[in-house]
Design a binder for this molecule. Sequence first.
Ligand code: SAM
Length: 200
Amino acid sequence: MGHIHQFNQLAAKYDTTKNKDMAKRSTDAIRSLLDKNHTKTAIDLGCGTGNVGLDLLEEFESMLFVDASPEMIEQVEKKLANMDTKKASVLCLDIEKDVQLPYKADTIILSLVLHHISDSHKLLSKLYDALNEDGQLLIIEMEKQEEISSGHQHGIDRSVLAAALTEIGYQHIQSDIFYDAKKEKDEQGVSRFILSARKK
Ligand SMILES: C[S@@+](CC[C@H](N)C(=O)[O-])C[C@H]1O[C@@H](n2cnc3c(N)ncnc32)[C@H](O)[C@@H]1O
């Protein structure tokens, strides 16, 4: 739960140029894999300030923005108050607790959340149950990378993640790097990938 406290502190200053630019790159990557035949209901889980979900709102009939941080949810509410939309709703909920999402969705977006989750297998199983038949889980994450100085590892190994998803029952798993830190000459940065998995 410590990280939620940190996200509360971060919320008001989360929308830096860099974070907004990366969110835009993420939504472009999501659009490239989004199955537009099943896009009635969406959930942006761990939505933060809502940059990813809000940019994708036009693709869906409704979207639920979920986050464990009340301060992040407040930022989404402020943005929604300035928009003329009845498509969006918000929910403050810690998905790691013994709770379920309020309804099933066609699309679940999990952008930069998984690496904060202690039991990712449990979460991915919960999300499988929360998807409609043919539903699509879209994950944005940082590529696994060795940090030479400390030996500390960042990010997620895509092949390990794909194996875990397959074991749960997800199918048609596809992934792609949409931000290559080396090519971008971003020495501090980490490459990012999009992964799509279907409930079939
Ligand atoms: C790095 S931010 C990503 C925000 C946004 N998805 C994006 O891509 O810009 C991670 C978000 O996940 C939320 N989060 C982390 N653990 C969570 C949990 N157990 N339940 C719900 N939200 C969680 C945090 O509060 C934070 O807003």
